[in-house]
Design a binder for this molecule. Sequence first.
Ligand SMILES: Nc1ncnc2c1ncn2[C@@H]1O[C@H](COP(=O)(O)OP(=O)(O)O)[C@@H](O)[C@H]1O
Ligand SMILES: [Mg+2]
Length: 421
Amino acid sequence: MSDILNELNKSANLALNSKSTQESMKHLAKAFALFSKETTRLENANVRLLNRFNKINYQLERVENEMRNKISDLDATELYLNNILKNISQGILYIDLTGVVTTYSEKAQNILEIDEKTLLFNKYLDNFRDDFFGFSIKNALNFAMFPKTSYITIKTKNLKKIIKITTSLVSASSKTHRGIMLLLKDVTDLQKLQTQANRNDRLSQIGQITTSIAHEIKNPLSSIRGFASLLYNDLENSKPLQDLVTYILDATKALERVTNNVLAYTREVVLDIESIDVSSMIKDIVKSIEIDESFSENVKINLSLANSSYFIPADKDLLKSAILNLIINAYQAMDDRGYLSISIIKNISSISINISDTGEGIEKKDLDNIFTPFFTTKQRGNGLGLPQAYKIISAHSGILEVRSILNKGTTFTITLPNVRK
Ligand SMILES: Nc1ncnc2c1ncn2[C@@H]1O[C@H](COP(=O)(O)OP(=O)(O)O)[C@@H](O)[C@H]1O
Ligand SMILES: [Mg+2]
């Protein structure tokens, strides 16, 4: 209680206990005076309080406005960042210091084909081996030790994918970091193109060398054959010597066949393009195989062709010869007994023709060489069937790929664009 109020209380009590009216009035007057003083003091205090209240209220309003602006700024930034996350061509995966995945963009999901629910806000070790990304995540988080770029191959539901991973630290300051950011990029197609480009380079170099050798051999060879023929005629009366000349003639013929094959292979492929229906072309090829006795009856043919016709621009004869080369190889790999399956798959802008056999398969070490001219594992092979097929498909802007499992079988896939490139 304030001093004034104490005083007022006292005066009021004195007024009540006064013996005379006069005395009582005097105390009452003092009490009123004190009352009015206290009222003024209270009023002043009230005004001050009100002022302070208004001031605080004003400050609160200002803070609230600032907060609101900050929140809307944050919302805008979040939207902006989410947009970047969504549209960036690489997948993003962020692992914080405790090993929890706290960012996992849509693209990253497309690449890894692991659902957001499985990965997001869980420890990466719950879903990946520590070295899944080609280096130890533990070492990266604890010691900032990791390669800037790494490559991994993963097998997803559909395909084998090659993924390039670019890793960086996300730093809180120059000394500490908060976690690591992994940028993922599917480079499977890029690598395929690279392999194809390398192969094309190699093929063209080998092509140039072999053409010049074949030309060099061709002329002396025909002289040898010419003179050997003359000799053969001259030796009509000496049968044993004439027989010896027959060996020379046979050998030169064999050599000529080889050089002619080589020259045919190295000749530039000139396409005579027309619109062809792939299904009916394959049916034609199969019909011709069925009546050809050199193809064993013990190979059963499965066809899985598109119901409707599907036209692509191609050189019919060349494409047929490429497919026939693949089919001949398939028969040879199956030792004339097994299953040959041919299927057509329509893609958006291309078609794929799969030719599968249940033959001996191709050893891993040979897979890189089978498209190289003269590579053969057969006693009587010339090693030109696949390079020739490859050349023809490439001339159509197509791709020839192979998958093989040893002792199980091999599939060659021809992919051709459905419009002329
Ligand atoms: N379908 C297949 N199955 C197993 N191996 C194959 C198949 N196709 C090709 N190859 C391998 O690739 C090599 C090269 O084939 P190719 O160029 O046609 O030459 P060639 O048939 O004269 O040997 C073959 O010798 C064989 O080792
Ligand atoms: Mg062959």
